[in-house]
Design a protein around this ligand. Structure first.
Ligand SMILES: Nc1ncnc2c1ncn2[C@@H]1O[C@H](COP(=O)(O)OP(=O)(O)OP(=O)(O)O)[C@@H](O)[C@H]1O
Ligand SMILES: [Mg+2]
Length: 262
């Protein structure tokens, strides 16, 4: 049984007074339990749009998304929200911590929606989670007193405190320096390993992408599996086949890489 499956997924938006814009087309992706997938792609290629679909925040324009082999389209909004809350943990580049609330209060927040034993033990569960991410000594610190790396650890503790089966990370290290970024990724791997969660990591950083077991690349809304997640510069022919507006930018890219020899 797969955890999450996207079949022939398309996402089109209708910006006001403009023609329809297809952001994703024909996306096929199956995430298994304990999977570890990386997706790389240039800015504007549709990564966050795809993550919003994987996270059941949006529905596809066409195609099918299934969670535990059940079509997500058939769920009511309320059930979809509950499923997301219980099963999916998000890690974003912006930590999105509530200012004016302690680290402990931030991590306790998602447990307020749980019931029974978990609800009554929420403070202990949150404190244990903060301990696990190495912040057992900063339980009562306000976010603005924590470093960027520490804030991301709190955000990770908050994302993972309900034991999600799928961790979705969008540029999780984008606001961190190299070393802090690496240790944050190690932490996510460790928690995923321990809880058996699957991970999908979207990143510009090939070093982060290489930590995954399977790699994909997103180009102008088309997802393709790749062996090596390093972003290769496009060839001149590929650029020529692109729309004129984008080709101008991309040609500059190619010129910067290949110089006159290309
Ligand atoms: N609701 C929308 N209306 C109009 N255009 C949109 C909408 N959502 C996304 N887009 C456009 O679709 C493209 C893909 O957006 P998306 O945010 O998925 O890119 P991305 O790969 O995450 O980029 P980045 O690396 O910069 O975060 C962009 O050109 C964006 O402007
Ligand atoms: Mg994005």
């Amino acid at each position: 049984m797969s955890l999450l499956e996207l079949r022939e997924v398309t996402r089109t938006v209708l910006p006001p007074d403009q023609p329809a814009l297809t952001i994703l087309s024909g996306v096929d992706l199956t995430i298994e339990p304990r999977d570890h997938v990386s997706i790389v792609g240039r800015s504007g290629s549709g990564k966050s749009t795809l993550l919003n679909l994987l996270g059941l925040l949006d529905l596809p324009t066409s195609g099918e998304i299934s969670f535990d082999d059940a079509p997500v389209r058939r769920l009511s909004t309320a059930r979809r929200d509950r499923l997301r809350g219980a099963a999916i943990g998000f890690v974003f580049q912006q930590f999105n911590l509530l200012q004016g609330r302690t680290a402990l209060e931030n991590v306790t927040m998602p447990l307020l929606y749980s019931s029974g034993r978990t609800f009554w033990r929420r403070t202990k569960i949150a404190a244990d989670m903060l301990d696990l991410v190495g912040l057992g000594h900063r339980l009562h610190s306000m976010p603005d007193r924590l470093s960027g790396g520490e804030q991301q650890r709190v955000a990770i503790a908050r994302s993972l405190v309900r034991g999600p089966r799928l961790i979705l990370a969008d540029e999780p290290t984008g606001a961190l320096d190299l070393d802090t970024g690496q240790s944050v990724m190690e932490l996510i791997d460790e928690v995923a390993e321990r809880t058996g969660a699957a991970q999908v990591v979207i990143t510009h950083d090939p070093m982060i992408a290489r930590r995954a077991r399977r790699h994909f690349r997103l180009d102008r809304g088309i997802l393709t599996p790749v062996d090596d997640p390093t972003l290769e510069p496009r060839t001149r022919r590929e650029v020529r086949e692109m729309a004129p507006a984008e080709a101008t930018d991309a040609e500059t890219d190619v010129d910067a890489v290949v110089g006159e020899a290309g």
